[in-house]
Design a protein around this ligand. Structure first.
Ligand code: CU
Length: 787
């Protein structure tokens, strides 16, 4: 028992650590800890990261900003100076700290106004790899991010040197324009990346049936990433070398995905490295090469520098659209394995085979009336629809989702979009315990097709200590379906975007268990501020602790955390453009709001996710000219439309539209049209009103009536047939029964038919060539400007 004192010391250490993490954060240096001070200055500066000089936002003159180094048990004082002409903020990602210093403007922390400095201060009560970034609008995409490296009080792992590798994505466009183009719906990013799946490829691969099934559910395809990036960066560069490491040295790579929207596959040259930590928390070390890193996650690997060789660390964007590499040591390169580009058409086929119910609503008609369990039953992947024989699994594993008929709905307390279930009133056997708790989700991976997302599970992460909570602690279950509308770029939870919901109330000294049920085609890295949560995996009581968890398409992931804080905390998808489009919530301990926040209403943060975006189009062709302008937020839309044929035919229209849900909108407006063909002599102005509907199979349907009671129907559709070529068509039929204006003598019915069809060839993001035939304007061609 020579080691007895050591074991006792270790145990006290572990208990001390655990208790500390369970205590609410306290403001001020109450324990007189040694102070470590930093100063960060944020500026707007011209930068060149991808072959073009554009305006970026730098921290202390660089992108990324500096690495802030601390040792556990220090007191951090960080001054952040804003030298820009717009407000900013810094959030300390993964750090347990007092609510006021979390850095989400208008929610927890005042925004840092231009020309001012904000002082952040908090106790460093953890160690590991973390990062910081702006939480203001889309500033993170412009460069406001950097790393945090916190050394443990006593080093437990065996390594010689540290190296931070901060991964990011870079666009030469203004981030605001990126989001605007996503809202308008653009194929351009996929064309540019070479990830588009036009009809000719779909047909060649025999996937037309799957494509039609996708269209029926109003989905274009299996999208992996939305945005085109000209460069992916490691510590700000596409290729970065670290020759200073000597053979035999063990280097702890502290890898952070600070991208705005890109997750990566990481691969390593040479010997298989050892993964030692995830999201800043040590795990049971595991030898592992190819590893997925989702946006905002961090992973620490220990690598050994080989003799006379240079080790490659490589990242490949999840959709295969680009790579970046870091090289350690000197000599010939030991290449990291390549990761093949995912096959989107094959994914589409598999998903269609699995009879997934896609297209869950991102916008509910009545956001106040939401039943997340009903939503889970109706949409997504359901086991019972599959052939049981083919699955070859034990009977009691059949249903991964709850059987609703067994539950008494009235027992549930409905609170806006979160259904909070009091466990004491329910039969545990039927409930959430079924939800992957026992690792049942794993049987799924062995089934045909189900394995397609199994490479994203977290089973390789095991905590060295038990992370489970005492069974006596009450548990509250919350189900969050992750929902989105790709064509309108509205992202939400349970079909309700941030702007249309209240806070998720949680209780202190209790466990909150959240099940994410992803009903979209995209991965969502979900991040909870100010807490670590258990990600339930096959390691049961030893499930790992994380601050960000990736939820793959059509999959469920369950997390749980102990409520030991106070105040309101932000909780959102860490894909910047998803967060800014509504996929976010506020988790609230329902404690009094900080008085220092009085002048900074949280509404300002919420409104940020429901802004108006404006886009337009101008066609200049030999037979006609066409103009359109659309301004839209989540529910409201204004549209101006003008068509003029050189043969003197004109139609112009202004309308206001209101989205009842994702697909149905009511509209009212005015229409101006020439009544006599090929003559501008007689222009008639009518009031119009009706319904616009985005139908299954993705047609735009317009049903209307004007003030002369003439009904009209129109149908339009556009399909990408080759990688840059789209075909489009529109048909319009107006009937006049003479209910208001007299018809010509002897007539009891007049009709007017308008139709057009054509081709569009995409040249750049903003320009296309177009050619069309229109039965009013004739045939012609020209240039199309998208702005
Ligand atoms: Cu997301």
């Amino acid at each position: 028992m020579k080691n007895y004192p050591l074991i006792v010391a270790l145990l006290i250490g572990i208990i001390g650590y655990a208790q500390k993490n369970l205590e609410a954060s306290v403001e001020g240096n109450v324990n007189n800890l040694p102070v470590r001070e930093y100063k960060l200055t944020i500026e707007q500066q011209k930068v060149n990261k991808a072959g073009k000089e554009v305006m970026g936002m730098t921290v202390n003159g660089g992108i990324p900003g500096p690495t802030l180094e601390f040792t556990e048990g220090e007191y951090a004082v960080i001054y952040v100076e804003n030298k820009m002409n717009v407000e900013t903020s810094i959030h300390w990602h993964g750090i347990l700290l007092p609510n006021y210093f979390d850095g989400v403007p208008y929610l927890t922390t005042p925004p840092i106004e231009p020309g001012t400095t904000f002082k952040y201060e908090f106790e460093i009560k953890q160690s590991g790899t973390y990062w910081y970034h702006s939480h203001t609008m889309l500033q993170e995409q412009s460069g406001v991010y950097g790393s945090l490296m916190i050394h443990p009080k006593e080093k437990q792992l065996d390594y010689d040197k540290d190296l931070v590798l901060l991964l990011s994505d870079w666009t030469n466009e203004k981030p605001k324009d990126v989001l605007r183009f996503l809202k308008r719906g653009t194929e351009w990013y996929n064309i540019k990346k070479g990830t588009a799946t036009p009809l000719n490829q779909v047909i060649k691969r025999g996937a037309l049936g799957a494509q039609i099934d996708f269209w029926r559910q109003r989905m274009e395809g299996a999208d992996i990433a939305d945005i085109y990036y000209p460069a992916f960066l490691i510590n700000g560069e596409e290729k970065v070398t670290y020759p200073q490491f000597k053979p035999g040295e063990k280097v702890r790579l502290r890898i952070i995905d600070g991208s705005a929207s890109t997750s990566f596959w990481m691969t390593f040259g040479g010997e298989t490295p050892t993964l030692v930590s995830a999201d800043g928390v040590d795990i049971v070390p595991v030898k592992r090469n190819k590893t997925f890193i989702a946006v905002a996650e961090t992973y620490d690997f220990i690598v050994e520098i080989p003799e006379d060789r240079k080790l490659e660390f490589k990242i490949t964007a999840q959709d295969g659209s680009g790579t970046a590499s870091a090289y350690l040591g000197q000599g010939e390169v030991l290449s990291a394995p390549s990761v093949p580009r995912p096959d989107k058409i094959a994914m589409m086929q598999q998903m269609a085979d699995m009879k997934m119910k896609m297209g869950a609503p991102a916008l509910k008609f009545n956001p106040k009336k939401v039943d997340p369990y009903e939503m889970m039953d109706k949409w997504g992947m359901h086991m019972e629809e599959m052939d049981h024989n083919a699955m070859n699994m034990p009977d009691d594993d059949k249903s991964d989702h709850m059987d609703h008929s067994r539950m008494n709905h009235d027992d549930m307390e409905k609170e806006n979009d979160t259904t909070i279930i009091d466990h004491s009133t329910m039969d545990h056997g039927n409930m959430m315990d079924e939800n992957d708790q026992s690792g049942k989700g794993h049987a799924m991976a062995d089934m045909p097709g189900m394995g397609m997302f199994s490479e994203y599970n977290y089973d390789y992460l095991e905590s060295p200590e038990k992370t489970s909570y005492d069974e006596d602690i009450p548990v509250t279950d919350i189900l969050l379906n992750l929902t989105g509308n790709m064509s309108r770029y509205v992202w939400s939870m349970n079909g309700v975007p941030l702007a249309e919901t209240d806070k998720i109330k949680i209780k202190g000294d209790e466990v909150t268990r959240i099940t994410f049920n992803n009903l979209t085609m995209m991965h969502h890295p979900m991040h909870l501020h100010g807490h670590f949560f258990r990600v339930i995996n096959e390691n049961g009581e030893y499930s790992p602790l994380k601050h960000t968890v990736n939820v793959p398409p059509m999959q469920k992931v369950t997390i749980e955390f102990y409520g030991n804080e106070y105040g309101d905390w932000f909780f959102h998808c860490h894909i910047l453009y998803h967060m800014d489009s509504g996929m976010a919530r506020v988790v609230s301990y329902d404690t009094a709001r900080d008085e220092r926040m009085e002048a900074h209403p949280v509404k300002k943060l919420v409104n940020q996710t429901n802004k108006f975006y404006t886009w337009g189009m101008l066609d200049a062709a030999s037979h006609m000219t066409e103009f359109s302008l659309v301004s839209s937020d989540i529910r409201n839309q204004f549209t101006v439309l003008g068509e003029y044929g050189w043969n003197e035919n004109l139609e112009a229209e202004f309308s206001y539209e209101y989205y009842l849900n994702d697909w149905v909108r009511l509209f009212a407006g005015v229409n101006v049209e020439n009544e006599v063909e090929d003559s501008m002599e007689e222009l008639s102005t009518t009031a119009i009103g009706g319904i616009r509907y985005f139908t299954p199979y993705m047609f735009s349907l317009d049903l209307r009536l004007d003030n002369k009671l003439r009904p009209q129907i129109s149908l339009a559709r556009e399909i990408m047939i080759f990688s840059r070529l789209a075909v489009f068509g529109e048909y319009e039929f107006q009937a006049d029964f003479g209910w208001v204006d007299e018809l010509a003598e002897g007539e009891n019915f007049e009709k007017e038919e308008t139709w057009s069809a054509g081709l569009e060839y995409f040249l750049t993001k903003n320009f296309s060539l177009m050619g069309s035939y229109d039965n009013r304007f004739g045939v012609g061609g020209g240039l199309s400007l998208l702005f």
